[in-house]
Design a protein. Structure first.
Length: 203
């Protein structure tokens, strides 16, 4: 009998795979599962996706009650969490977003799961204030230390303003959400990182 591994991809519209103004969805979880299955053919992967367009990390409402409900129903070996884009868009500071993210991570960690937290990708908006706040949140994510916690710099793989025009056209749908190709790329790069982590853990 091979091993079984359950993974939850949790977040907002970028996890849901939102594009074409919400008429189409292509979650990165699809590519992620294919990549994991190819790397570990004797392991059975269950990959659930829970992305809610427009949702905030910061409560009330927000990510925390959603992830608590998820873990009331099932446990996961790994939870991949991407959040904060909408909070930044609402003008929230890093000093509010980062603690709210920590609360969400803690639910998964407390229930015995491993967390892979993704940094917030760039977007087309030209704003020094927005860039500064995003960089502050992302730096906090990458510097965070906890048992079972891991971080991946997705922003480094999707740097909107440092990208070529060709790359932007291929990857971004509306300057914020990605195209189907963009979400496939997320699944590829996150998958590569998770595969390395799983190998380190002896899978």
């Amino acid at each position: 009998m091979g091993k079984e591994l359950s993974i939850l991809c949790f977040g907002d519209s970028l996890t849901a795979g939102y594009y074409h103004f919400g008429c189409d969805y292509h979650p990165y979880a699809l590519t992620l599962k294919d990549k994991l299955q190819a790397a570990f053919p004797t392991t059975t992967f269950t990959v659930d996706e829970d992305g809610l367009p427009g949702d905030l990390v910061i409560s009330p409402a927000g990510f925390l009650p959603r992830i608590q409900t998820k873990f009331d129903m099932a446990n996961y070996d790994w939870v991949i969490i991407l959040g904060g884009t909408n909070d930044l868009g609402r003008g929230y500071r890093a000093s509010k977003i980062y603690p709210a993210l920590q609360e969400v991570w803690e639910v998964a960690l407390h229930n015995g799961g491993n967390v892979l937290a993704l940094t917030i990708p760039g977007c087309s908006v030209v704003s020094t204030k927005l860039d500064t706040r995003r960089n502050e949140v992302n730096s906090s994510i990458l510097a965070h230390k906890a048992e079972g916690f891991h971080a991946f710099d997705l922003h480094g793989k999707l740097p909107y303003h440092d990208a070529t025009e060709e790359f932007r056209e291929k990857i971004w749908d509306d300057g914020l959400h990605l195209t189907a190709e963009g979400y496939k790329l997320v699944g590829e790069v996150v998958g590569e990182h998770l595969i390395a982590l799983l190998k380190d853990k002896g899978l």
